[in-house]
Design a protein around this ligand. Structure first.
Ligand code: DAH
Length: 364
C-alpha cells in the first residue's frame, strides 16, 4: 500500500470543485479524490496502521471531509447539468418543416378509439362528458340506483368488495357499472341534465366472453318532457352512426334494471356467416345495450321531484361494440399488451375518427 503524506486542504478542494466548469473535469476530479485509488480513499485505508486513538480521530476527520466533498460534487454536477440543458434548449431550433415519420410505431388502442367515437357522436347530440371514480361507495353504485340491501339484482353484478369502508360503514366497491356517474351528476345538478360517462368497470367474472375489467359508456337525459320516443330516436342515431349503417334496425325488448321503469334491452339487426357477423343485414338480432326511463325512485333519491322531472338512461358495453365493429374475435386480447395485435387492430395517431354528423358518410 502506498503511503501518502500530503496534507488535505478541504477548503481548497471545495473551492476547486465549485470552480469546475465542465462535467468531464468534475468527474476526473471526483475519481482522483474519491475513486477506489483516490487520494481520500487511500488516506482512509492508511489509517489502519495508526494507533487506535489516532485512527479514531483521523477516521472521523477523513469521513467528514469525504462527505463534504461528495455533497459538493453532487451539487456541482446538478448545477453543470442544468446549465448544459439550458444551453441546449436555448440553442436547439427544431425544424418544423421536416416531414412526419412515414412509419410511426405507436398505435391508438381500439377501445380508446371506439370510446372517442361514442363520445364524439353523443357530444354532437348535446351530451356532455362526466367522470366518476373507479372505487365507488355503496350509495352511488347500488342503493341510490334502487338496489336495496339484499336485493337479488346486486348478485347479478358480481361485485369486487374492498376492505375500505364508506361513511355509512359499508365496504367500498370497484364500480360494477358506469351508472353511479348518473347519480353523482344528479345529486349535484338540478335538471335539465344531459350527460354521458365513459370508463372502466369491474366484475368478478372471467371467461371467454367476460373480463374482470371492461368498459361502459352511459347516457342520461333528464328534463320535464322527455319520453320513450326520444330514447328510441337517440339510440337509433347513436347505433347507426357508430356502426356506420344508415338504415340499421333496432329491436327494443322488455327487460329489468332496478333503476329504470320500463327497462329495455336493444338488439341490432345482423346476419351471421361462418366467418363474421354482418351488421344491418339479415334477420337475426344481436343484443347491444340496456336502457329505460329513469325510475322515479332514483330521481327522489337524488333530491328531485319525479312529478316534475323525467328522462331516459342507457348503458353500453364498449368491448362488445369494438369486437363487432373491428372484427376482433377474442375479448382477452384487449388487455394482452401483445404488440403485433396492437399493430394490427390499433389506429395511427394521425387517423381521425370517422364519426359525427355531416362528417360521417353513412352507408345505406
Ligand atoms: N348499468 C347496466 C349494467 O351494467 C347497464 C344499463 C342498463 C345502464 C340500463 C343504464 C340503463 O343506464 O338505463 O348492466
Amino acid at each position: 500500500m502506498t503511503t501518502d503524506n500530503t496534507e488535505i486542504k478541504p477548503q481548497e478542494l471545495l473551492h476547486s470543485i465549485q470552480n469546475t466548469t465542465s462535467l468531464e473535469t468534475l468527474e476526473q476530479q471526483r475519481i482522483q479524490l474519491l475513486g477506489k485509488k483516490g487520494h481520500i480513499s487511500l488516506k482512509l485505508k492508511n489509517i489502519a496502521s495508526l494507533n487506535p486513538e489516532e485512527r479514531k480521530k483521523q477516521g472521523k476527520i477523513l469521513n467528514q471531509i469525504k462527505q463534504q466533498l461528495n455533497e459538493a460534487f453532487s451539487q456541482q454536477k446538478d448545477k453543470l447539468s442544468t446549465q448544459a440543458l439550458d444551453t441546449k434548449l436555448n440553442t436547439h431550433k427544431p425544424d418544423l418543416s421536416l416531414p412526419v415519420s412515414s412509419k410511426p410505431q405507436g398505435r391508438i388502442h381500439p377501445l380508446r378509439r371506439i370510446i372517442e367515437e361514442m363520445i364524439s357522436v353523443l357530444g354532437h347530440m348535446g351530451f356532455s362528458l362526466k367522470e366518476g371514480p373507479d372505487i365507488e361507495e355503496d350509495f352511488f353504485n347500488f342503493s341510490s340506483l334502487n338496489f336495496p340491501p339484499q336485493h337479488p339484482a346486486r348478485q347479478m353484478q358480481d361485485t369486487f368488495f374492498l376492505n375500505a369502508r364508506d361513511k355509512e360503514g359499508l365496504p367500498k366497491v370497484l364500480r360494477t357499472h358506469t351508472s353511479p356517474v348518473q347519480i353523482r351528476s344528479l345529486v349535484k345538478t338540478k335538471p335539465p341534465l344531459k350527460i354521458i360517462a365513459a370508463g372502466r368497470t369491474f366484475r368478478c367474472d372471467s371467461d371467454q366472453t367476460h373480463a374482470p375489467m371492461f368498459h361502459q359508456v352511459e347516457g342520461l337525459l333528464i328534463d320535464s318532457s322527455t319520453h320513450m320516443g326520444h330514447l328510441k330516436g337517440c339510440l337509433e342515431t347513436f347505433c347507426r352512426s357508430i356502426f356506420g349503417v344508415k338504415n340499421l334496425s333496432l329491436r327494443f325488448r322488455p327487460s329489468f334494471f332496478p333503476f329504470t321503469e320500463p327497462s329495455l334491452e336493444v338488439d341490432i339487426r345482423c346476419r351471421r356467416t361462418p366467418e363474421k357477423i354482418i351488421i344491418g343485414e339479415g334477420n337475426e338480432w344481436l343484443e347491444i345495450l340496456g336502457c329505460g326511463m329513469v325510475h322515479p325512485q332514483v330521481l327522489k333519491n337524488c333530491g328531485h321531484d319525479p312529478k316534475k322531472f323525467q328522462g331516459f338512461a342507457f348503458g353500453i358495453g364498449v368491448e362488445r361494440v369494438a369486437m363487432l365493429k373491428y372484427g376482433i374475435p377474442d375479448l382477452r386480447a384487449f388487455t394482452s399488451g401483445h404488440i403485433p395485435w396492437l399493430q394490427h387492430y390499433g389506429f395511427h395517431a394521425t387517423d381521425t375518427p370517422s364519426v359525427g354528423f355531416g362528417l360521417h358518410p353513412l352507408k345505406s
